[in-house]
Design a protein around this ligand. Structure first.
Ligand SMILES: Cc1cc2nc3c(=O)[nH]c(=O)nc-3n(C[C@H](O)[C@H](O)[C@H](O)COP(=O)(O)O)c2cc1C
Length: 143
């Protein structure tokens, strides 16, 4: 059994809800999941010890939330190479954040990424719950 860490940055909790549904998918697959907000990650030690990762942020003014940018610098020192990974986020129209996070995980940390970022207008949009759970399952499929 593996353990997946899901870290999110969310202002009005849509991205948080998506992260929790990703965690459900992880657990349905028989693995463990921890869901943490960015403020709970203080240094690289807080990121170590997991078999897979999903980082998520909502998009505001074309960017990810600042606390997720800080996590991405911390994660550079967390030895994530070849670990399974995914990125997610709620958005309104342009949704830059999940793609930026995804690219960083792939290109900077050298993680083994799922097929693409998960972008949803909200967790409760039609198919959102299932898409989020499936995303969690696809991360565990690479553990
Ligand atoms: C002030 C403001 C700026 C926003 N800027 C963007 C944006 O540039 N692109 C986008 O896709 N969505 C934008 N949104 C929409 C949010 O990404 C969307 O409401 C999302 O569901 C918020 O997720 P959260 O609840 O996890 O914070 C903006 C929303 C607000 C209130």
């Amino acid at each position: 059994m593996g353990k997946v860490l899901i870290v999110y940055a969310s202002r009005s909790n849509e991205t948080k809800s998506i992260g929790e549904l990703i965690a459900e998918g992880v657990r349905i697959s028989g693995h463990e999941a921890d869901v943490k907000k960015t403020s709970e990650i203080k240094n690289e030690e807080d990121l170590k010890g997991y078999d897979g990762y999903a980082f998520g942020s909502a998009t505001y003014h074309g960017e990810m939330i600042t606390s997720m940018k800080q996590i991405l610098f911390i994660a550079e020192r967390a030895e994530l190479k070849d670990k399974p990974g995914g990125a997610f986020g709620a958005y309104g129209w342009s949704g830059e954040a999940p793609g930026r996070i995804f690219e960083t995980m792939e290109n900077i940390y050298g993680m083994k990424m799922v097929s693409g970022p998960l972008m949803l207008k909200a967790s409760w949009v039609e198919g959102g719950m299932q898409a989020s759970q499936e995303y969690g399952k696809s991360i565990t499929a690479m553990i």
